[in-house]
Design a protein around this ligand. Sequence first.
Ligand SMILES: [Zn+2]
Length: 336
Amino acid sequence: MSRPIEIESFQEKIFIQRIIGSVQGIKESPTVIAIGGIHGNERAGVNALIKVFKTIEEQDIQFSGNFYGISGNIAALAENIRFQNVDLNRIWTKEEILKLHLEDDLEIESQEQNEIYTFLKEILHIENGPFYFLDLHTTSSDTQPFITISDSLNNRKFSSNFSIPTVLGIEEYLEGPLLTYLNEYGHIALGFEAGQHEKEVSVDNCIAFLWLALVASNCLQKEAVPKYSFYQHNLSLFKEQQVFYKIDYRHSIKPFENFKMVSGFRNFQKISKRELLAFSNQKEVVAPIDGELFMPLYQPKGDDGFFIISKISRFWLSLSRFCRKIQFHHVLKLLL
Ligand SMILES: [Zn+2]
């Protein structure tokens, strides 16, 4: 196991260790597992997990199921960088996991992956499901909080507990994110994007999300959570009703491409076709379609310049739910 390290994060000295905390409740299930800092420059989730576990201990909060908090890329967290050699959230493929079994001399991110993989396997073995995975992130651009999920019925159902925008299907554009790997085993897995990397409010949003998720998963009763309605109110300030989005376009950054986003764009900002968004090798990049801008990149590391998303109507949502029930996967892809 990686040795605990002390860092300064959000004006606090914190200890980062693989297992941030664990609680075993009076019932054997459900089991909630939250991960903070799988990207090392996204520390808000780690600060939030430390705070939530401290509150649980200090106030002796009674749990029904189990709750684990784990750190992501510890070596990168220590340096406040997204990753050292490879993105730890892009190597959860069958080939890379096979490498963990076969190779002795793993490179730095694979060592981190190996520890997380071993720990997750152990939890899945010793604890009872249902299992809920929560992956805490922040973004380089300014944003309101939002959720990302692979589009499955149980993910949609769980994300409906939160009155914040939910973006479906991002995994189709990404290679090897952890949540997609977990989804393939049928577990519920939500990505929570809390706000901008450096903003204190991102820590507060992660804390609110964690408490709400512990209640939504039935690990905790509402009444057991100090300030439950405050957290609920705080997160739902952003949107009154939950809205689902689909991804219509992605600008991927090629190797050696010099990509620069035009400054000042916000996540979910409405944009029009042909609007100037960025420069790629000094050439203008304009929006190919109307929509809402999603995850514009304002940091040096990353493969996605921006996405363009649009709202999914309730009609399509219920139609796709019906299609999924009768396992009409391919038709669904054509429709959405
Ligand atoms: Zn991230």
